[in-house]
Design a protein. Structure first.
Length: 95
């Protein structure tokens, strides 16, 4: 089962705190090359990371290449289907 970025980050933070009880969210954000506010919002589910920040975080996390590929694929925009686009009829007879 693939884990979400939030799950991976929480797991990593818990692991680091188990090794060092004084390890803070600020230190974790620093180690991930991310702002502490951004990290807090990602962990609370209020926002997702931009692709550039996601790449930075993945470089600093100990995750498998498979997990990295999954998270990057999940982050990439999905192609639009015809239902997603606004259709404007070209004929003048629509009312």
């Amino acid at each position: 089962m693939e884990r979400s970025l939030k799950d991976i980050l929480l797991s990593e933070l818990t692991q680091r705190r188990s090794r060092n009880t004084l390890y803070s969210m600020r230190a974790f954000a620093r180690d991930l090359s991310l702002g502490v506010g951004s990290l807090s919002e990602v962990l609370s589910g209020k926002r997702e990371l931009s692709k550039s920040n996601l790449l930075k975080v993945l470089q600093n996390l100990n995750v498998t290449q498979e997990q990295k590929n999954f998270l990057l694929r999940k982050d990439s925009p999905q192609p639009k289907t015809p239902a997603d686009t606004n259709h404007i009829p070209s004929q003048n007879w629509h009312y």
